[in-house]
Design a protein around this ligand. Structure first.
Ligand code: MLT
Length: 281
Protein backbone atom coordinates (compact mmCIF):
# COMPACT_ATOMS: atom_id res chain seq x y z
CA UNK A 1 0.00 0.00 0.00
CA UNK A 2 1.45 3.40 -0.97
CA UNK A 3 0.18 6.54 0.76
CA UNK A 4 -0.29 9.66 -1.33
CA UNK A 5 -0.76 12.92 0.58
CA UNK A 6 -1.89 16.08 -1.18
CA UNK A 7 -1.46 19.40 0.63
CA UNK A 8 -3.87 21.79 -1.08
CA UNK A 9 -1.74 24.85 -0.26
CA UNK A 10 1.84 25.26 0.95
CA UNK A 11 0.56 27.11 4.04
CA UNK A 12 -0.68 23.75 5.39
CA UNK A 13 2.99 22.83 5.83
CA UNK A 14 3.40 24.43 9.24
CA UNK A 15 6.77 22.80 9.95
CA UNK A 16 9.19 22.12 7.08
CA UNK A 17 10.56 19.19 9.09
CA UNK A 18 7.46 17.11 8.34
CA UNK A 19 8.94 16.84 4.84
CA UNK A 20 12.25 15.47 6.18
CA UNK A 21 13.41 12.45 4.16
CA UNK A 22 10.14 12.43 2.22
CA UNK A 23 9.59 12.45 -1.55
CA UNK A 24 7.77 15.65 -2.38
CA UNK A 25 6.23 16.84 -5.66
CA UNK A 26 5.73 20.63 -5.94
CA UNK A 27 3.10 21.96 -8.34
CA UNK A 28 2.54 25.57 -9.41
CA UNK A 29 1.00 25.08 -12.83
CA UNK A 30 0.40 28.81 -13.41
CA UNK A 31 3.23 29.36 -13.69
CA UNK A 32 6.39 28.79 -11.59
CA UNK A 33 6.87 25.04 -12.08
CA UNK A 34 5.92 25.37 -15.77
CA UNK A 35 8.52 28.14 -16.11
CA UNK A 36 11.19 26.07 -14.35
CA UNK A 37 10.75 23.11 -16.71
CA UNK A 38 10.79 25.47 -19.70
CA UNK A 39 13.95 27.32 -18.61
CA UNK A 40 15.88 24.07 -18.06
CA UNK A 41 14.61 22.66 -21.35
CA UNK A 42 16.02 25.78 -23.02
CA UNK A 43 19.46 25.22 -21.53
CA UNK A 44 19.47 27.21 -18.30
CA UNK A 45 22.33 25.94 -16.12
CA UNK A 46 20.36 25.95 -12.88
CA UNK A 47 17.62 27.79 -11.01
CA UNK A 48 17.92 29.07 -7.46
CA UNK A 49 14.44 29.40 -5.91
CA UNK A 50 14.42 32.44 -3.62
CA UNK A 51 11.95 33.00 -0.81
CA UNK A 52 12.07 36.77 -1.28
CA UNK A 53 12.95 39.43 -3.82
CA UNK A 54 15.90 40.53 -1.67
CA UNK A 55 17.28 36.99 -1.60
CA UNK A 56 16.92 36.69 -5.37
CA UNK A 57 18.78 39.98 -5.86
CA UNK A 58 21.58 38.84 -3.53
CA UNK A 59 21.89 35.45 -5.23
CA UNK A 60 21.99 36.99 -8.71
CA UNK A 61 24.53 39.64 -7.66
CA UNK A 62 26.76 36.97 -6.18
CA UNK A 63 26.92 34.93 -9.37
CA UNK A 64 28.38 35.46 -12.82
CA UNK A 65 26.27 34.75 -15.90
CA UNK A 66 23.04 35.08 -13.92
CA UNK A 67 19.51 36.33 -14.58
CA UNK A 68 17.29 37.94 -11.96
CA UNK A 69 13.75 36.64 -12.52
CA UNK A 70 10.36 36.58 -10.90
CA UNK A 71 6.99 38.14 -10.36
CA UNK A 72 4.73 39.68 -7.79
CA UNK A 73 1.01 39.79 -8.59
CA UNK A 74 1.89 37.90 -11.76
CA UNK A 75 3.90 40.84 -13.17
CA UNK A 76 7.67 41.17 -13.59
CA UNK A 77 9.37 42.70 -10.57
CA UNK A 78 10.77 46.14 -11.42
CA UNK A 79 14.45 45.89 -12.31
CA UNK A 80 14.31 42.15 -12.96
CA UNK A 81 15.51 40.60 -16.23
CA UNK A 82 12.47 38.31 -16.66
CA UNK A 83 9.08 37.84 -15.05
CA UNK A 84 7.43 34.43 -14.66
CA UNK A 85 6.01 33.78 -18.11
CA UNK A 86 7.51 30.57 -19.49
CA UNK A 87 7.24 32.14 -22.94
CA UNK A 88 9.96 34.66 -21.97
CA UNK A 89 12.51 31.96 -21.08
CA UNK A 90 13.78 31.62 -24.62
CA UNK A 91 16.94 29.64 -25.32
CA UNK A 92 18.85 32.70 -26.57
CA UNK A 93 18.16 34.40 -23.23
CA UNK A 94 18.53 31.61 -20.64
CA UNK A 95 21.08 29.19 -22.16
CA UNK A 96 23.91 28.47 -19.68
CA UNK A 97 22.53 31.06 -17.25
CA UNK A 98 22.04 30.69 -13.49
CA UNK A 99 18.52 31.92 -12.80
CA UNK A 100 17.64 33.46 -9.44
CA UNK A 101 13.84 33.09 -9.31
CA UNK A 102 11.39 34.56 -6.81
CA UNK A 103 7.63 34.12 -7.28
CA UNK A 104 4.65 34.74 -5.05
CA UNK A 105 3.89 31.12 -4.20
CA UNK A 106 5.91 28.61 -6.21
CA UNK A 107 9.45 29.33 -5.03
CA UNK A 108 8.19 29.78 -1.48
CA UNK A 109 6.76 26.25 -1.66
CA UNK A 110 9.99 24.81 -3.07
CA UNK A 111 11.99 26.51 -0.29
CA UNK A 112 9.89 24.61 2.28
CA UNK A 113 11.18 21.31 0.86
CA UNK A 114 14.83 21.78 1.87
CA UNK A 115 14.69 18.76 4.25
CA UNK A 116 13.03 16.44 1.72
CA UNK A 117 14.78 13.39 0.25
CA UNK A 118 13.45 14.12 -3.25
CA UNK A 119 11.95 17.45 -4.29
CA UNK A 120 10.38 17.03 -7.72
CA UNK A 121 9.14 20.01 -9.78
CA UNK A 122 5.92 19.20 -11.61
CA UNK A 123 3.42 20.83 -13.94
CA UNK A 124 1.17 19.65 -16.78
CA UNK A 125 4.18 20.14 -19.08
CA UNK A 126 6.24 17.31 -17.56
CA UNK A 127 3.59 15.21 -15.79
CA UNK A 128 4.45 11.95 -17.56
CA UNK A 129 8.13 12.16 -16.58
CA UNK A 130 7.17 12.86 -12.97
CA UNK A 131 4.80 9.86 -12.90
CA UNK A 132 7.52 7.65 -14.45
CA UNK A 133 10.01 8.65 -11.73
CA UNK A 134 7.51 8.33 -8.87
CA UNK A 135 6.75 4.79 -10.09
CA UNK A 136 10.44 3.82 -9.80
CA UNK A 137 10.59 5.07 -6.20
CA UNK A 138 7.64 2.87 -5.22
CA UNK A 139 7.17 4.64 -1.88
CA UNK A 140 4.81 7.03 -0.07
CA UNK A 141 4.99 10.56 -1.43
CA UNK A 142 3.57 14.03 -0.88
CA UNK A 143 2.19 16.48 -3.45
CA UNK A 144 2.20 20.15 -2.43
CA UNK A 145 -0.08 22.46 -4.41
CA UNK A 146 1.47 25.92 -4.18
CA UNK A 147 -1.97 27.52 -4.23
CA UNK A 148 -2.43 31.27 -4.39
CA UNK A 149 -1.60 33.43 -1.38
CA UNK A 150 -2.19 30.46 0.92
CA UNK A 151 -5.57 29.74 -0.67
CA UNK A 152 -6.79 26.72 -2.66
CA UNK A 153 -5.94 26.84 -6.36
CA UNK A 154 -8.06 24.89 -8.83
CA UNK A 155 -5.29 24.46 -11.41
CA UNK A 156 -2.71 23.07 -8.98
CA UNK A 157 -5.21 20.67 -7.43
CA UNK A 158 -6.39 19.46 -10.84
CA UNK A 159 -2.75 18.90 -11.83
CA UNK A 160 -2.21 16.89 -8.63
CA UNK A 161 -5.32 14.85 -9.41
CA UNK A 162 -4.16 14.14 -12.95
CA UNK A 163 -0.78 12.99 -11.60
CA UNK A 164 -2.58 10.58 -9.26
CA UNK A 165 -4.84 9.34 -12.08
CA UNK A 166 -1.91 8.73 -14.43
CA UNK A 167 0.00 6.90 -11.68
CA UNK A 168 -2.95 4.64 -10.78
CA UNK A 169 -3.68 3.89 -14.44
CA UNK A 170 -0.02 3.04 -15.15
CA UNK A 171 0.66 1.05 -12.00
CA UNK A 172 -2.31 -1.28 -11.56
CA UNK A 173 -0.30 -3.78 -9.50
CA UNK A 174 0.14 -1.23 -6.70
CA UNK A 175 -2.59 -0.21 -4.21
CA UNK A 176 -2.70 3.50 -3.34
CA UNK A 177 -4.23 4.94 -0.18
CA UNK A 178 -6.15 8.12 -0.99
CA UNK A 179 -7.89 10.28 1.61
CA UNK A 180 -10.35 13.15 1.03
CA UNK A 181 -7.87 15.65 -0.48
CA UNK A 182 -6.46 13.05 -2.85
CA UNK A 183 -9.90 11.75 -3.87
CA UNK A 184 -11.12 15.32 -4.43
CA UNK A 185 -8.09 16.12 -6.58
CA UNK A 186 -8.59 12.92 -8.58
CA UNK A 187 -12.26 13.70 -9.23
CA UNK A 188 -11.51 17.30 -10.16
CA UNK A 189 -8.96 16.02 -12.68
CA UNK A 190 -11.51 13.67 -14.20
CA UNK A 191 -13.97 16.56 -14.40
CA UNK A 192 -11.61 19.16 -15.88
CA UNK A 193 -8.99 17.24 -17.89
CA UNK A 194 -10.85 14.52 -19.77
CA UNK A 195 -12.70 14.61 -23.06
CA UNK A 196 -14.33 11.25 -23.83
CA UNK A 197 -12.08 9.66 -21.20
CA UNK A 198 -8.87 11.03 -22.74
CA UNK A 199 -6.65 13.78 -21.33
CA UNK A 200 -7.34 16.94 -23.31
CA UNK A 201 -5.06 20.01 -23.44
CA UNK A 202 -7.99 22.18 -24.49
CA UNK A 203 -10.06 21.02 -21.50
CA UNK A 204 -7.14 21.96 -19.26
CA UNK A 205 -6.90 25.36 -20.94
CA UNK A 206 -10.64 25.82 -20.38
CA UNK A 207 -10.12 25.00 -16.69
CA UNK A 208 -7.33 27.59 -16.52
CA UNK A 209 -9.72 30.17 -18.02
CA UNK A 210 -12.30 29.66 -15.26
CA UNK A 211 -9.72 29.47 -12.45
CA UNK A 212 -9.09 32.51 -10.27
CA UNK A 213 -5.44 32.91 -11.21
CA UNK A 214 -6.11 32.01 -14.83
CA UNK A 215 -8.73 34.76 -15.06
CA UNK A 216 -6.32 37.21 -13.45
CA UNK A 217 -3.58 36.37 -15.96
CA UNK A 218 -6.10 36.70 -18.81
CA UNK A 219 -7.24 40.12 -17.53
CA UNK A 220 -3.60 41.23 -17.43
CA UNK A 221 -2.74 40.24 -20.97
CA UNK A 222 -1.04 36.93 -20.14
CA UNK A 223 -3.56 34.61 -21.81
CA UNK A 224 -0.86 33.02 -24.00
CA UNK A 225 0.60 31.50 -20.83
CA UNK A 226 -2.61 29.57 -20.26
CA UNK A 227 -2.31 27.96 -23.69
CA UNK A 228 1.38 27.13 -23.18
CA UNK A 229 0.94 25.75 -19.65
CA UNK A 230 -1.94 23.47 -20.69
CA UNK A 231 0.14 21.31 -23.09
CA UNK A 232 0.46 18.00 -21.23
CA UNK A 233 3.89 16.35 -21.55
CA UNK A 234 5.09 19.04 -24.01
CA UNK A 235 8.30 19.43 -21.96
CA UNK A 236 9.17 15.90 -20.80
CA UNK A 237 11.95 16.71 -18.33
CA UNK A 238 12.46 16.17 -14.61
CA UNK A 239 13.62 19.20 -12.63
CA UNK A 240 14.61 18.45 -9.03
CA UNK A 241 15.72 20.69 -6.19
CA UNK A 242 18.72 19.56 -4.13
CA UNK A 243 20.50 21.76 -1.55
CA UNK A 244 18.59 24.78 -2.82
CA UNK A 245 19.53 24.28 -6.49
CA UNK A 246 17.10 23.20 -9.21
CA UNK A 247 18.54 21.21 -12.10
CA UNK A 248 17.43 18.33 -14.28
CA UNK A 249 17.76 14.95 -12.51
CA UNK A 250 20.34 13.75 -15.02
CA UNK A 251 22.47 16.87 -14.42
CA UNK A 252 22.75 15.97 -10.75
CA UNK A 253 23.63 12.39 -11.73
CA UNK A 254 26.28 13.58 -14.18
CA UNK A 255 27.78 15.74 -11.43
CA UNK A 256 27.89 12.76 -9.07
CA UNK A 257 29.57 10.59 -11.71
CA UNK A 258 31.99 13.44 -12.51
CA UNK A 259 32.92 13.84 -8.85
CA UNK A 260 33.38 10.07 -8.49
CA UNK A 261 35.58 10.08 -11.56
CA UNK A 262 37.68 12.97 -10.27
CA UNK A 263 38.04 11.23 -6.89
CA UNK A 264 39.19 8.02 -8.62
CA UNK A 265 41.60 10.05 -10.72
CA UNK A 266 43.06 11.78 -7.67
CA UNK A 267 43.46 8.42 -5.85
CA UNK A 268 45.14 6.93 -8.93
CA UNK A 269 47.41 9.96 -9.21
CA UNK A 270 48.37 9.72 -5.53
CA UNK A 271 49.02 5.98 -5.97
CA UNK A 272 51.12 6.62 -9.09
CA UNK A 273 53.06 9.32 -7.25
CA UNK A 274 53.67 6.95 -4.32
CA UNK A 275 54.83 4.18 -6.65
CA UNK A 276 56.99 6.68 -8.56
CA UNK A 277 58.58 7.86 -5.31
CA UNK A 278 59.23 4.25 -4.33
CA UNK A 279 60.94 3.64 -7.69
CA UNK A 280 63.07 6.79 -7.32
CA UNK A 281 64.27 5.73 -3.82
C1 MLT B 1 3.36 31.82 -8.27
O1 MLT B 1 4.46 31.35 -8.12
O2 MLT B 1 2.67 32.26 -7.36
C2 MLT B 1 2.76 31.94 -9.62
O3 MLT B 1 3.58 31.28 -10.50
C3 MLT B 1 2.48 33.37 -9.92
C4 MLT B 1 2.53 33.71 -11.37
O4 MLT B 1 3.51 33.40 -12.02
O5 MLT B 1 1.57 34.28 -11.87
Amino acid sequence: MININVYLTHSLIQDDLILKNKTVVVIDALRATSTISTALAHGAKEIIPAESIATAVRVAKGSINSLLCGERNGKIVEGFDLGNSPLDYKEEIVKDKMIALSTTNGTLTISKCKHSKNCIIASFLNLGKVVEFIKTLNEDFIIICSGKLSQFSLEDTVCAGLLIRCLINNNSEVEYKLNDSELSALNLAEMYCLDNGKVSDSKIEEMFRISEHGKYLLENGMGDDLVFCSKVDSIPNLPMCKAGIIRLKEQFEDDTQHRAGMKKLSITTKKDKHELNQEIK
